[in-house]
Design a protein around this ligand. Structure first.
Ligand SMILES: Cc1cc2nc3c(=O)[nH]c(=O)nc-3n(C[C@H](O)[C@H](O)[C@H](O)COP(=O)(O)OP(=O)(O)OC[C@H]3O[C@@H](n4cnc5c(N)ncnc54)[C@H](O)[C@@H]3O)c2cc1C
Ligand code: SF4
Ligand code: SF4
Ligand code: SF4
Length: 554
């Protein structure tokens, strides 16, 4: 029940104000989510289910339906998203942010267990043929948003199976493949055709595809690993971290040996280091800055430490040492932080004369990835990132999103796929696009003291002693239904009415009237004629929904 449009107000006559229409604000969680997820909306359906006349099952189904409108991968992102949404949650300072990521996972698993299908979009029946290159989260998100509008969508994928890095690289102990499979099959179930083992640019010319389809989406990600550029790098015993992860996921031999040095500080480096521990190696990770600057998620670093990965900060390889059998070690340059560069990051600089040696049988280089444009004709841009308009447009018939536009995370790839689809659809149908923009809720207007203290339901985890002995079993667990309900009820509904009745009960002028058929965000109507302008309702409204106009009550 979106509040994008004026909600129906049965039984409410003028001059009552349609509150939801006037006052809804963007909560901090939504503002921080790369995909602008309507977290408050889907949590609210569960928390307010009694008022809305929904059973618990109906509430979960409805919440899932709301969630998948923007994100068709809730069980996947509920496991791997670094959840920036939680970082500014208004509940944070009171008793811990709402466990949004765990809730997303709960609803994602609920949808899979119930076999819920992704609904096509009502009233849309477009027919043009759309081609998508790459079946990672960006390509699948674009394909989903077009297919649910009725377009005929074909995805070309160079690998045997769809999913991009989610399938090829992210280890099973973080994202079980059956979870990803279920969410991908549900998207393809909208009638999307997948052409596997079809590398565009080599197996089929890019220009031919451009002729074949009304419009193309480029979602090829960043598949090529950057090299270390040090002596001794070429030859057996040095592998790209991403290639190691892909081989491992395909059950191929990796021949690591006993001692592994991983170079890098991002997701790939940490996943490679933790996977190598699972393969029985002693692992040292070299990162040229300090832990504070590391791009990897802090909890991933903590988990890697718990699994016995050794971290050498302020350290960079300067030479790979070899004998006739292969790699025997790495010469490492000690670094120090120098002046900040143009991005404000302190530049690592060598400490003169401070070099040490580590034994190694294998070196895994995980210092970044970049896109490859072989065979892409006009779009051939070397290994540079693709430059597009903000909505992903390259040309009228060419759109793009995801890691080929710059390194990111899965929720950003999904967002870019969706935004490109919305804009491409608007272009094809000649529709005006008006960016949805609601003001942010004023943090000072949310009143945490109104809400009862309730501890956060965190994710339960298997005991660390089992992590390496059952190496591929998922570490984190899904919330129970009881925990999920309690967690949804912790949401303070920042910036949207949740029907607490404070205004209704304390307005001396009886200015508020209950709505006969309430919906999420609209429970009361307010009479401007009755209002005496005392501002009490604004003072009392706990979620910052009611606001003063010009500082003078209503
Ligand atoms: C090891 C690792 C761990 C990560 N961990 C996380 C995490 O925990 N959380 C998170 O949010 N993000 C994580 N990420 C980042 C995330 O996976 C990416 O941001 C996301 O997958 C990018 O999506 P994409 O669709 O743009 O590209 P990709 O996922 O790379 O998908 C691109 C697809 O295009 C295909 N393709 C490429 N070229 C062609 C061609 N010429 N023809 C046909 N098909 C082609 C590829 O085979 C691939 O399937 C991780 C990435 C890596 C490498
Ligand atoms: S996608 Fe990530 S940031 Fe967005 S709501 Fe989900 S967990 Fe939060
Ligand atoms: S309390 Fe709810 S609406 Fe407010 S920021 Fe947290 S999750 Fe979002
Ligand atoms: S006081 Fe409660 S019922 Fe009234 S507008 Fe605010 S949240 Fe809604």
């Amino acid at each position: 029940m979106s509040t994008d449009k004026a909600p129906p107000m049965p039984g409410v006559e003028q001059p009552f104000l349609t509150l939801a229409q006037q006052l809804e604000k963007t909560p901090p969680c939504q503002a921080q989510c790369p995909n602008s997820g309507d977290v408050r909306g889907w949590l609210g359906i569960i928390a307010q289910r009694d008022t809305l006349g929904l059973s618990l099952e109906e509430a979960y189904d409805r919440a899932w339906e709301k969630l998948v409108q923007l994100n068709p991968f809730p069980a996947t992102l509920g496991r791997i998203c670094p959840h920036p949404c939680e970082s500014r949650c208004s509940r944070g300072a009171k008793d811990g942010a709402v466990s949004i990521n765990a809730m997303e996972r709960f609803l994602g698993d609920w949808g899979i267990a119930r076999g819920l299908a992704l609904p096509p979009m009502a009233g849309e029946d477009c027919r043009e043929s759309i081609g998508v290159i790459g079946s990672g989260p960006a390509g699948l998100s674009f394909a989903y948003q077009m297919a649910r509008r009725g377009y005929t969508v074909v995805i070309y994928e160079r690998r045997e199976e769809p999913g991009g890095m989610l399938r090829q690289a992210i280890p099973d102990y973080r994202l079980p493949r059956e979870v990803l499979d279920a969410e991908i099959q549900r998207i393809l179930g909208l009638g999307i055709a997948l052409v596997p083992l079809m590398e565009v640019g080599t197996e089929i010319p890019f220009d031919e595809l451009r002729q074949r389809h009304r419009l193309l989406f480029l979602g090829m990600g960043a598949q090529s690993a950057r090299r270390l550029r040090v002596d001794g790098e070429t030859g057996p015993g040095v592998m790209a971290g991403i290639d190691y992860l892909v081989r491992r996921k395909h059950g191929q031999a990796t021949g690591l040996g006993r001692s592994v040095v991983v170079v890098g500080g991002g997701n790939t480096a940490i996943d490679a280091a933790r996977s190598a521990r699972r393969d029985g190696a002693e692992v040292t990770l070299l990162y040229r800055r300090t832990r504070e600057e590391m791009p990897a998620e802090p909890h991933e670093v903590t988990d890697a430490l718990a699994e016995g990965v050794r971290f050498e900060y302020l350290a960079a390889p300067c030479r790979i040492l070899r004998d006739e059998r292969g790699v025997i070690g790495v010469e490492v340059q000690r670094m120090q932080l120098g002046e900040p560069d143009q991005d404000g990051r302190h530049r690592p600089e060598p400490v003169p004369g401070d070099v040490f040696t580590l034994d190694a049988d294998t070196v895994l280089a995980a210092v970044s990835q970049e896109p490859g444009w072989r065979g892409f004709g006009q779009s051939d841009d070397g290994h540079d990132w693709l430059h597009t308009a903000a909505n992903g447009k390259v040309a009228d018939d060419l759109w793009a999103g995801g890691d080929d536009r710059g390194p990111g995370i899965a929720s950003r790839a999904i967002a870019q796929g969706r935004l490109a689809a919305e804009a491409a659809h608007a272009q094809l149908r000649g529709l005006a696009t008006s960016p949805r923009s609601r003001p942010a809720v004023d943090p000072a207007s949310v009143k945490p003291d109104y809400y009862d203290a309730r501890p956060r339901s965190g994710i339960r985890r298997r005991p660390p002693a089992e992590w390496l002995t059952r190496p591929e079993v998922e570490i984190d667990e899904t919330l129970t239904s009881e925990e999920a309900c309690a967690e949804a009820e912790r949401c303070m509904s920042c910036g949207l009415c949740f029907g607490c009745q404070q205004c209704f009960m304390y307005c001396n002028a009886s200015g508020f009237t209950r709505i006969a058929e309430p919906g999420p965000g609209y429970y009361f109507a307010m009479s401007l004629e009755a209002c005496e302008g005392c501002g009490k309702c604004i003072e009392l409204c706990p979620c910052g929904y009611l606001e003063s106009r010009d500082g003078a009550g209503w």
